[in-house]
Design a protein around this ligand. Structure first.
Ligand code: THU
Length: 157
């Protein structure tokens, strides 16, 4: 038996100003996208912004429904929209932000497992790394590729 270790490195920033200009623009787009969230049940407003190859930014937000499983997270709303409109373009980066009562959460909102799985597959589809930016009021976390937040991804079929 051998004990194996998985180490994950990520960057932590203290403010939007510390980010590279492209990441700052994407983070701001995710914050802005929280405004289109429809969350009458959780009152947790999430925004996501996807950077496509070529530079375009596509946004989404969480959309809830009285039939709970019919709702969708912000990240998947943004990614499905991005790939439906631009199936040939790689998604190079995704940012997400969570708000409550109109205030950006202090600690970054982190993507749910289902959203990570969808990110992983679009990354595999394009063959290009997709970075993930989790934007909070006090901290911003950046992971360079989806593998870092979903190691040992199922891709056997
Ligand atoms: N939510 C997202 O939009 N993204 C995530 O990664 C986690 C959760 C949404 C779903 C639901 O509308 C609300 O946040 C509370 O779970």
């Amino acid at each position: 038996m051998t004990v194996k270790e998985i180490k994950i490195a990520y960057a932590e920033y203290g403010s939007l100003e510390q980010l590279e200009p492209q990441d700052r623009e994407l983070a701001k787009a995710a914050i802005e996208a929280t405004k289109s969230s429809y969350a009458p049940y959780s009152h947790f407003n999430v925004g996501a912004a996807v950077r496509l190859e070529g530079g375009e930014i596509v946004c989404g937000s969480n959309q809830e429904n009285a039939a709970f499983p019919s709702g969708l997270c912000a990240e998947r709303t943004a990614m499905f929209y991005a790939n439906a409109a631009n199936p040939e373009k790689a998604m190079l980066s995704i940012a997400l932000a969570g708000c409550q009562n109109g205030i950006l959460c202090e600690t970054p909102a982190t993507p749910c497992g289902a959203c990570r799985q969808v990110m992983a597959q679009y990354q595999t589809k394009s063959g290009k790394d997709m970075s993930v930016l989790m934007v909070g009021r006090e901290k911003i976390w950046k992971f360079d590729r989806v593998d870092d937040i979903l190691p040992l991804i199922f891709d056997s079929i």
